[in-house]
Design a protein around this ligand. Sequence first.
Ligand SMILES: NC(=O)c1ccc[n+]([C@@H]2O[C@H](COP(=O)([O-])OP(=O)(O)OC[C@H]3O[C@@H](n4cnc5c(N)ncnc54)[C@H](OP(=O)(O)O)[C@@H]3O)[C@@H](O)[C@H]2O)c1
Length: 304
Amino acid sequence: MRIMLTGAHGQLGSDLHEALKGQGHSVLPLTHADLEVTDAAQAEEAIVKARPDVFINTAAFHKVEECERRPDAAFGVNASGAMNLAKVCGRLGIVLVHFSTDYVFDGSKQQPYLETDLPAPLNVYGASKVAGEHLVAANMERAFVVRTSGLYGLAGSSGKGGNFVETMLRKARERSPIRVVDDQVLTPTFTRELAAVVSQLIHTEAYGLYHISSEGQCSWYEFARKIFELEGLRVDLQPVATNQFPSPAKRPPYSVMNKSKLQGVGLVMPPWEDSLGRYLNIRAMVQEHAPAPRGLKSPAAAVS
Ligand SMILES: NC(=O)c1ccc[n+]([C@@H]2O[C@H](COP(=O)([O-])OP(=O)(O)OC[C@H]3O[C@@H](n4cnc5c(N)ncnc54)[C@H](OP(=O)(O)O)[C@@H]3O)[C@@H](O)[C@H]2O)c1
């Protein structure tokens, strides 16, 4: 298949690129500099010229606090940007894969959310992603909209400047006490494994909305504790309540998603603890082969 991919240098985009190339697809990777999704004319021109079979959109404005301050920008990328792509893909018969978030929910359900549960976003980011979901559905039928959560990948999250695992490991190296919220429960997801499942999903014609995250659930505090346990690090880690970190954006206290629809098409995601172990192993292998900056110990050595 010929596949166009936005956000190709992002953490999910770079893993999708690898997974799709590995399957023998012809991938046209687009960075933000190559294509601005909010520019409808530019998007149309690029898609018409390349005529892919599938267009995968990982581009997003997902800095949650900044979305509160800049709602126009959030809706521009996450809603209008998605609509621009869906309009062209719908007209040309191109399959679109678009990503959304667990933050479309308010967390009041306290049981894994189904695709049929009504979104009730608590913040601008979540609202802009719900709008994007609807604008894709309103403009085309052959689309996969994938809600995912708590992404971490080897490319780091370019938009957020790192990811949670890297932030925790950096803080451990600084050797000061680490406070992490224990009243927000989610499912962390390794982008390499999400990319592997999505690259299989596109071979089906089972279009629609999907929840795809790892299996299981944890609080951010439990996630941090597992990172340090698997890395063998002794850290002064303290659980705290969300209200200890004042923020302009509210976050759902519970955003675990039910994956039975995904399982219905024969695809499964692994437990989050196993995925985290694989991420840390691959990360260690990558660091072993990367030259350490002169005069500095490698990060792994600095915390051992
Ligand atoms: N990260 C999470 O924890 C998380 C959780 C749930 C859902 N999601 C969703 O999963 C998807 C992928 O997230 P990710 O973590 O892989 O993000 P990421 O690493 O920040 O990658 C997103 C990419 O989109 C590009 N981009 C941003 N604005 C753009 C625009 N206007 N036009 C074209 N490209 C643009 C960025 O390029 P520049 O950096 O050069 O701007 C970046 O390379 C997003 O839809 C996100 O909402 C993420």
